[in-house]
Design a protein. Structure first.
Length: 173
């Protein structure tokens, strides 16, 4: 029979997951910040789109895609983090739920985060290359190195998850 002190400690530890809720609410604020910047970019560039050349339009679109990817990333962290750590989400119709919700564990979330970071980094690098005449060569070099670090990190994380899955499969047999 377990003693009362152990039960209190375990209940307190389990209830502490609710301390994450303010973090997720704060991330909703971050999502709002991204949305404000998206709308600001759109309102700023939309009136002059007819006077823009193709390269400038592509740069603006890449900026909007970049903000959208960042927003998706934050939303994934909010929803899957809450559902994995705090409580199951019981909202909306079943067909309205994203397919990954409820199935995205921390390993999957980690891979999605790294994939998004690689995509965002790639977009920044592409924007830099499109504007190469006004960027310091040292900055381009370091941005390229950083992007490659993100790519290699993503590959290594994927490899580690694959190896762990193979080890679990072997242990089950």
């Amino acid at each position: 029979m377990r003693n009362q002190a152990e039960q209190i400690i375990e209940r307190t530890l389990f209830a502490s997951r609710w301390l994450l809720v303010p973090c997720y609410v704060g991330l909703i604020g971050a999502l709002l910040m991204i949305m404000v910047k998206f709308v600001q970019e759109l309102v700023h560039y939309l009136p002059g789109v007819l006077a823009m050349n193709e390269a400038d339009v592509i740069l603006v679109v890449l900026s909007l895609v970049d903000l959208t990817l960042a927003a998706n990333l934050v939303l994934m962290v909010i929803l899957s983090g809450y559902e994995n750590s705090v409580s199951r989400l019981e909202v909306g119709e079943e067909q309205d739920r994203p397919a990954w919700l409820g199935t995205l564990d921390f390993g999957g979330l980690k891979l999605k985060l790294v994939s998004s970071m690689v995509a965002i980094s790639g977009i920044h690098l592409l924007k830099t290359f499109m504007n190469i005449h006004s960027v310091d060569r040292d900055d381009v070099k370091w941005m390229t190195v950083l992007h490659l670090v993100f790519v290699v990190s993503g590959l290594l994380l994927a490899l580690m998850d694959w190896l762990v899955e193979k080890a679990h499969a072997i242990n089950k047999h």
